[in-house]
Design a protein around this ligand. Structure first.
Ligand code: TXA
Ligand code: MG
Length: 342
């Protein structure tokens, strides 16, 4: 499919509310089979009408996304789900506890969900975003909206409307600006279509929180498994042009910095505490992710820092590791994917 060149309009939601004309305009675009970018609490999405396969094809074409990587369908309420997927008690309980919010569930789909949305799988992914502007748009349109993150495939997910504009300028008619995303990493993806729940992607709803409801959860096989549980797992993601290196502590960071500076320009992403320890390194080369252990802040800032490193044409980005607990798990997952040279 050829991507047409067009003018990209940006409409801002003041105080997280769109005017009714703006919401109506977005809803009409979706009904007409057009695609547009909108804010969610995780990252910005590039949405199309689930029931217009040609608009889903446009989402894949504009992002340059492989056709076998399925999309998440966004809803504004649980009742919409019955038409689209087979629900059960566990699904109801999880939606009641975590949605609207950053949890996506993979369920057996019904036949009205087109194959192009599910990448040909018999299952499909669903979530109800909690960003008020996303909810307002979904309610105004009153259709399910399939939306991957609004970045070009392989680039870091966008956490501001400006990031979306960088990637989508001239390719889509409308970007809705709802400010910086609260979480900054994509939703947790949990597959409950089989016998045991499987965590396909860690996110802001943590494994620990899910296990309070589901009991023990399996972790999906590694990124390089020959048949990944989630198609998205086999693709390299979230990476800046710079080479990403992970440092376990301040000493490791110091020696990696010394090494990489000999070969090119280097930026550090580190905690406030490690920043103090590494006071000898020029502050122009350092970005503070958050306070030590504040993995919500680490996650919120990571993708924006990757894009900033690209702007500065950094050759290397050295990022401080987090502990693999709570939101540190999502952070380390995105960081490892960015560091992998696949
Ligand atoms: O936070 C988010 O989830 C954002 C916002 C826009 O909602 N969306 C997002 O979409 O991150 P995307 O397309 O970048 O990631 C969707 C992930 C992919 O890893 C995909 O493989 C997985 O969900 N997925 C979707 N349907 C699936 C299915 N039926 N079985 C297994 N994995 C599935
Ligand atoms: Mg994505």
């Amino acid at each position: 499919m050829k991507v047409m060149k067009m003018k990209t309009e940006i409409i801002s939601a003041e105080n997280n509310i769109l005017t009714s004309e703006a919401a109506q305009k977005a809803a009409e675009l979706w009904h007409a089979g057009e695609i547009l970018a909108f804010p969610t609490e995780t990252v910005y999405g590039l949405g199309g009408n689930v029931f217009r396969p040609e608009s889903i094809a446009a989402v894949f074409a504009v992002k340059n996304r492989p056709a076998d990587n399925p999309l998440i369908t966004h809803l504004y309420c649980f009742d919409q789900l019955h038409e689209l997927a087979f629900t059960n008690d566990l699904c109801k309980e999880l939606f009641a506890r975590f949605n609207p919010g950053p949890l996506t569930l993979v369920l057996k789909k019904k036949s009205c969900v087109p194959d192009i949305v599910s990448g040909g799988l018999e299952t499909a992914a669903f979530r109800i975003p909690s960003h008020p502007v996303a909810l307002q748009l979904l309610r105004a349109a009153n259709i399910p909206v399939a939306a991957p993150s609004a970045n070009l495939s392989g680039k870091p997910s966008p956490t501001t409307a400006a990031h979306v504009y960088e990637d989508m300028q001239g390719k889509i008619p409308l970007i809705i600006d709802g400010g910086a995303c609260r979480f900054g990493v994509e939703s947790t993806v949990l597959d409950i279509s089989g016998k045991k729940p499987v965590l396909l992607r860690p996110g802001a709803v943590t494994k620990e929180q899910l296990e309070e409801i589901c009991g023990e959860i399996e972790l999906a096989g590694a990124l390089h498994a020959s048949r990944p549980a989630s198609p998205g797992m086999k693709y390299r993601h979230y990476a800046p042009y710079a080479q990403v290196l992970i440092a376990e502590n301040a000493d490791a960071m110091r020696s990696l910095y010394a090494e990489t500076c000999l070969k090119g320009s280097t930026m550090l992403c580190l905690s406030a505490e490690n920043n103090e320890m590494l006071s000898e390194i020029p502050s122009a080369d350092k970005l503070i992710l958050g306070a030590e252990g504040d993995y919500e802040a680490f996650s919120r800032n990571l993708f924006a820092f990757f894009r900033y490193a690209d702007e500065r044409a950094a050759d290397y980005v050295i990022v401080q590791a987090a502990e693999e607990r709570d939101m540190g798990m999502a952070f380390m997952n995105r960081l490892r994917k960015a560091a992998a040279r696949v």
